[in-house]
Design a protein around this ligand. Structure first.
Ligand code: KIV
Ligand code: NA
Length: 265
């Protein structure tokens, strides 16, 4: 395979080819996602929710993110792997941000990092970029700030927040970020941002006017039934498929029909 690079993503945008991105947190899932031709795998701090069962992304640690990212890296041949810097690993000062990013690159083998925010974190973004580590931005709904927002509703519906988002997006591009995630913002605004930048804008709940899409893998596979945002398209009902498999197995064990004569030594 020809590996996906930060450079090829920018070329894809220039050529009008949309970018397909999914999250993954472990080796087996990464193998399948990579084999299916997904361009970018995000080792998201959404692992805090879907892997660890926390209510928010705040509790996951840098060590835990490195464990997930290293597992994903062992499963891939083609996809570009982007790793979230978790809450608390980059907000306090740029040197700590760089140290965190370096740990991810060295200890997991990930290809790039993602940070939430714009102007507030510009010194950290700069320092990481100066070390030669590619950075993906993340604006709009930034779940690490959920206690500031108070809700997971659509962001930047008001003029002032929309203007800030646009200037943050330009700033991230100017500093040298290779791509940008826009989460849960009006489609019209996301399209405007995508058209004003030459780096790709990857949307989640940001409409179809952007350069690519990302979904959390557990959500798109239908593994959790409680999460039903409008932007989510389910491509499978793994909750039903897995429940059926577990029930069939349970019944076969209870009735002694598993293992059969052919399934033993
Ligand atoms: O952690 C995550 O899964 C993310 C995506 C939703 C963009 O940041
Ligand atoms: Na994230």
């Amino acid at each position: 395979y020809k590996r996906v690079t930060t450079k090829s993503l920018v070329e894809m945008k220039a050529n009008g080819e949309k970018i397909a991105m999914l999250t993954a947190y472990d080796f087996s899932m990464a193998q399948i996602v990579d084999g299916a031709g997904i361009d970018v795998i995000l080792v998201g701090d959404s692992a805090s929710n879907v892997m660890a069962g926390h209510e928010t992304t705040l509790p996951i640690t840098l060590d835990q993110m490195i464990y997930h990212a290293a597992s994903v890296i062992r499963g891939i041949e083609r996809s570009l792997v982007v790793v979230d810097l978790p809450f608390g690993s980059y907000q306090s000062d740029p040197k700590e941000a760089l140290r965190s990013a370096i740990r991810i690159m060295k200890e997991s083998g990930g290809h790039a990092v993602k940070l939430e925010g714009g102007k507030e974190i510009k010194d950290s973004v700069k320092r990481i970029l100066n070390a030669g580590i590619p950075v993906m931005g993340h604006l709009g709904l930034t779940p690490q700030s959920i206690y500031k927002f108070g809700t997971y509703t659509v962001r930047a519906k008001e003029e002032q927040e929309a203007e800030k988002l646009k200037s943050d997006a330009l700033l991230l591009e100017k500093m040298g970020c290779f791509a940008l995630v826009l989460e849960k913002v009006p489609a019209k605004l996301a399209k405007e941002v995508a058209e004003s930048l030459s780096i790709p804008v990857i949307g989640i709940g940001a409409g179809n006017g952007v350069d690519g899409q990302v979904l959390v893998i557990h959500d798109m596979l239908g593994m959790n039934h409680e999460f039903n945002p409008r932007f989510l398209r389910r491509y499978a009902d793994l909750h039903a498929v897995m429940t059926k498999a577990f029930e069939d197995y349970r019944d076969d064990v209870k009735s002694s029909s598993f293992p059969s004569d052919e399934e033993q030594y």
